[in-house]
Design a protein around this ligand. Structure first.
Ligand code: MG
Length: 386
């Protein structure tokens, strides 16, 4: 942590993706309160070079060596250290001058860098839900042993984190994650079966990357969030609930033992949650828009339909069994979603592929990191072959 009014120094992993770009909007809006010291991306050399020239970080990482030449040509006006290869993300995650590490890479690729950040004692601003889904118990233990704080960037978890900040944990009776319901909320099971990537990518309220948008259409996104919440807030699964709230105004709620609830409301804009994390949980103007209470609003809440959205039920099952099963659920889903986006399988196959992987897996309890990664690889290979 920086003393007094000094800028917080941030490393952004996944800077060319949807969250990464919005994080740089936030850095711009915070005008000097946050300084970018490192950026990392997979292979979008052109976008990364533009960011490097604009923000002049000390280090930039590209995990795909084939993108290096293009990057060098385009980033002639940046003078810092270029890190290349699969380990470069971890190097950026423990970059010495960084106070906060925003992990915004997609998929289980976020796990090792997140672990590297907490092991280096950094504050982890976590936008990658797969980290806690695959290895929640392990990441939690290692963060605790280094007194490294994990601040959620996912909207629902940030909302709940904010509602909990001034409260006693032993007075919480349950938390509620809200879900927009995605583009298929009112569609029949039959018509969802054959839905196309174009239809699945039409999210009604949120601006996000393709993987998470498809996950919102299956409600797998909320399933992953339930598992993430279990580790972030150390609550048993039966005290984590999901409500469909299509307006995406209430992002999360906490109910206390006296029956009262606190909720977080805002416009659905990820930049607000990113700003909360990057600013050190401060509330700073001008923000990213306000709810307009001069016009009528209707806020509705309803329980999810597990028949049409079976993935949500799989999360509770994976948590009940524990061990390597959540990692398998996540890996199977990542490959199933990619196959759907590549038009190899119809939408309706996504939950079935995840189900098959869960059924065929023999879970290990209290897994090591290597066992988690092995389960992840096993599930990927399986779902590619089905
Ligand atoms: Mg979310």
């Amino acid at each position: 942590m920086r003393a007094g009014g000094a800028a917080r120094r941030v490393a952004i992993l996944g800077s060319t993706g949807s969250i990464g770009r919005q994080a740089l909007d936030v850095v711009e809006a915070l005008a000097g309160r946050v300084r970018v010291v490192a950026l990392a991306a997979r292979r979008d050399a052109a976008a990364l070079a533009e960011q490097a020239v604009r923000w002049q970080p000390e280090a930039v990482a590209l995990t795909d060596p084939q993108a290096v030449e293009e990057f060098r040509q385009m980033a002639a006006h940046w003078h810092g250290e270029l890190l290349v290869g699969p380990q470069a993300l971890e190097e950026v995650a423990r970059w010495p001058s960084a106070d906060v590490v925003l992990v915004a890479v997609v998929g289980v690729a976020g796990l090792l860098p997140s672990l590297a950040a907490v092991e280096a004692g950094k504050e982890l601003a976590l936008a990658n839900k797969e980290t806690l889904v695959a290895a929640g118990e392990l990441v939690r233990e290692r963060a605790a042993s280094r007194a490294a704080r994990i601040v959620p960037v996912d909207g629902e978890h940030s909302a709940i984190y904010q509602c909990l900040r001034a409260e006693r944990r032993d007075r919480v009776s349950r938390i509620v994650l809200t879900a927009s319901g995605g583009p298929f909320l009112r569609r029949s099971l039959e018509s969802m079966e054959a839905a196309t990537p174009e239809e699945a990518l039409q999210h009604p309220t949120w601006r996000m990357g393709p993987k998470i948008t498809v996950d919102s259409a299956t409600l797998m996104n909320k399933a992953l969030e339930v598992i993430e919440a279990r580790w972030l807030f150390d609550l048993p699964p039966e005290r984590i609930e999901v409500l469909i709230h299509p307006q995406s105004v209430v992002h999360g709620m906490v109910e206390f033992v006296d029956g009262s609830s606190l909720a977080h409301l805002s416009r659905p804009d990820m930049r607000l949650f990113i700003q909360y994390a990057l600013s050190g949980m401060d509330r700073l103007p001008p923000g990213f828009g306000r709810l307009d209470w001069t016009v009528p609003h209707t806020l509705t809440f309803e329980p999810p339909d597990l028949r049409r959205f079976p993935c949500l039920g799989y999360a509770y099952e994976a948590l009940a069994v524990g061990g390597t099963l959540p990692a398998v659920l996540n890996a199977a889903n990542e490959v199933a979603v990619q196959r759907f986006l590549d038009r190899e399988v119809p939408f309706g196959r996504i939950p079935k592929l995840v189900r098959a992987a869960m059924d065929l897996h023999e879970p290990r309890s209290r897994p090591t990191l290597e066992e988690i990664l092995e389960a992840d690889r096993w599930a990927r290979a399986l779902v590619r072959s089905l």
